[in-house]
Design a protein around this ligand. Structure first.
Ligand SMILES: Nc1ncnc2c1ncn2[C@@H]1O[C@H](COP(=O)(O)OP(=O)(O)OP(=O)(O)O)[C@@H](O)[C@H]1O
Ligand SMILES: [Mg+2]
Length: 295
């Protein structure tokens, strides 16, 4: 079974797609079979970063059952033999309004993909899709820029994702949206309190829902002399959510990234000696170290 790694951020434009497309290439170059799945519902563009403009098959074909398995929606990325892409689409209402049963089918098929690692590009924002796709991973990458608003958005995103996951362990699916809309759960203890009221079994399920959740932080577009307060973010996550955030690395703002995008190539392929690529190499090593126990 594939190890699923999802990347989210809350705020748009932090660099999720840049990070995920590069990690996909680097992991494939290390001999891992990798499938990059673009689940940025409404704004899918990872395929463009690979120069794939007219993919023969996309996620929409799977969602609308034109193909029966997700495996059939994966297209090989020819220069790298271990890499496949599942191209997202944002153009159909069908995709963005995906019903619950369809989402469950997608999630089931994701874990059945034949690759070693499935990398998921989760779209920006805190839609239920984004939160669920983020939490479905075995591992989570949190991508932020040093910008304080981006860090705050990341915190809010992880908080909502955690709240939704823990709630769904003991509250029926239909009731969750209403509860999230009505109540602001400030800390994870608020939810545990609610679980206590619902009974000991609910409390046990709630605690179990967070087991093994250790999100990893990637700071992107870092500028010299401008440091992100990663410690503060770690503190917030630990204090309010009971979640340990592990820093994976920092990628500098690098003109080579923009240049590589213009050539529709990941920067690690176009400019392997650039500062951004070097940072991405190191992040790949750390990620592999983290997930290798599962493969
Ligand atoms: N390390 C970097 N150095 C320079 N520019 C960067 C870097 N990372 C990202 N960018 C710029 O930021 C833009 C946005 O990156 P990207 O598309 O990966 O963000 P995203 O988080 O996926 O956005 P969205 O939320 O819209 O999906 C890129 O097109 C590129 O111009
Ligand atoms: Mg993106």
């Amino acid at each position: 079974m594939a190890v699923i790694v999802s990347a989210g951020s809350g705020k748009g434009g932090t660099g999720k797609s840049v990070v995920v497309t590069n990690l996909a290439c680097l992991l494939a170059r290390r001999g891992k079979r990798v499938c990059l799945v673009d689940l940025d519902v409404g704004g899918a563009n990872a395929h463009v970063l690979f120069g794939q403009f007219n993919p023969a098959v996309t996620l929409t074909d799977f969602l609308s059952r034109r193909v029966t398995t997700l495996e059939e929606a994966a297209i090989p990325f020819s220069p790298l033999k271990n890499l496949r892409l599942i191209v997202g689409t944002g153009e159909t209402l069908k995709t963005s309004n995906m019903p619950y049963a369809t989402k469950q089918r997608l999630i089931r098929h994701l874990s059945k993909l034949s690759d070693d690692i499935v990398l998921i590009d989760v779209g920006a924002g805190t839609s239920f899709h984004a939160l669920d796709f983020f939490m479905l991973g075995d591992y989570q990458l949190c991508v932020t820029t040093p910008d304080p608003t981006a860090t705050l958005d990341l915190y809010r995103f992880v908080k909502l994702a955690v709240v939704r996951k823990v709630l769904s362990s003991f509250v029926s699916y239909d009731a969750i949206s209403g509860m999230l809309a009505e109540r602001d759960f400030k800390t994870i203890e608020d939810i545990f309190g609610l679980a206590d009221e619902a009974g000991t079994e609910s409390r046990r399920k709630a605690a179990k829902a967070l087991e093994g959740f250790y999100p990893m932080l990637i700071i992107n577009q870092a500028k010299k002399g401008f440091s992100v307060n990663a410690k503060r973010l770690e503190q917030l996550m630990s204090e309010y959510l009971g979640v340990k955030l592990e820093k994976l690395g920092t990628i500098p703002t690098d003109p080579a990234v923009e240049e590589s995008i213009r050539f529709f190539m990941p920067v690690c392929e176009a400019a392997p000696n650039s500062p951004a690529s070097k940072a991405l190499f190191s992040i790949t090593d750390k990620l592999l170290e983290r997930i290798s126990g599962e493969m």
